[in-house]
Design a protein around this ligand. Structure first.
Ligand SMILES: Nc1nc2c(ncn2[C@@H]2O[C@H](COP(=O)(O)OP(=O)(O)OP(=O)(O)O)[C@@H](O)[C@H]2O)c(=O)[nH]1
Ligand SMILES: [Mg+2]
Length: 197
């Protein structure tokens, strides 16, 4: 079946996982460092520029935003992490929310982890990946903003990230992406189709 990503619509925004919609069907979450481009990826995927607010100020999105694809499938835009100016209390709350979300959300089928290709696999990214592996959650990494690097640097970074993931003995997959240029959409859709299948 083909999933009509362009029909996605915003359902609700919650500060607490208790307020999430019923834990049924299949949910895929998008997560990553603040400013990595999560909202831009969602907008690109759904071909809807206004779907997820693309903030110029990093760290704005502190809520879990739920988007509906159809009666069984949802996308969750998780709050960004690693915003240096965020107070410690906000950072701790983030950790707790994400930890609980990953542990408790039965319908969560996979995580799309968005990274800025210029700064992949930061300490917080690695911490998140280890949360996911612990819960046997599938991970697909987007190295976003590839338009910001030269072709040589892109290839080099992709190889380095792949090698590092191998050492991790993770089963995470990784791909190149540019939300700005619309590069990598097909590959992302294929991964999502598998999870939503
Ligand atoms: N050059 C380039 N810029 C991008 C790309 N994707 C996102 N951006 C820019 O990066 C900034 C952050 O993008 P967002 O989509 O708001 O990032 P986010 O991860 O949702 O950020 P928070 O919700 O604040 O955590 C914006 O200025 C985007 O225009 C890309 O592929 N290439
Ligand atoms: Mg955002």
């Amino acid at each position: 079946m083909t999933i009509a990503y362009q029909k996605a619509y915003f359902l609700l925004s919650v500060a607490d996982i208790k307020q999430l919609p019923a834990d049924q069907g299949i949910e895929v979450a998008i997560v990553g460092r603040s400013n990595a481009g999560k909202s831009s990826v969602l907008n690109r995927l759904t071909q809807n520029k206004r779907l997820a607010r693309v903030s110029k100020t990093p760290g704005r999105t502190q809520h879990i935003n739920i988007f509906v694809l159809d009666d069984k499938r949802r996308l969750a835009d998780l709050p960004g992490y690693g915003y240096a100016k965020a107070p410690l209390s906000a950072k701790q709350k983030w950790q707790k929310t994400i930890d609980l979300y990953i542990k408790q959300r039965q319908s969560l089928k996979g995580m799309v982890v968005v990274m800025d290709i210029r700064h992949p696999l930061t300490a917080l990214d690695l911490q998140l990946l280890s949360y996911c592996y612990k819960q046997h959650l599938s991970v697909h990494i987007l190295l976003n903003k590839l338009d910001k690097l030269s072709k040589t640097a892109v290839t080099h970074t992709l190889q380095k990230v792949k090698a590092s993931l191998k050492n991790d003995d993770s089963r995470a997959t990784v791909q190149l992406f540019s939300a700005l240029k619309g590069i990598g959409i097909e590959e992302l859709r294929k991964q999502l189709d598998k999870w939503y299948g």
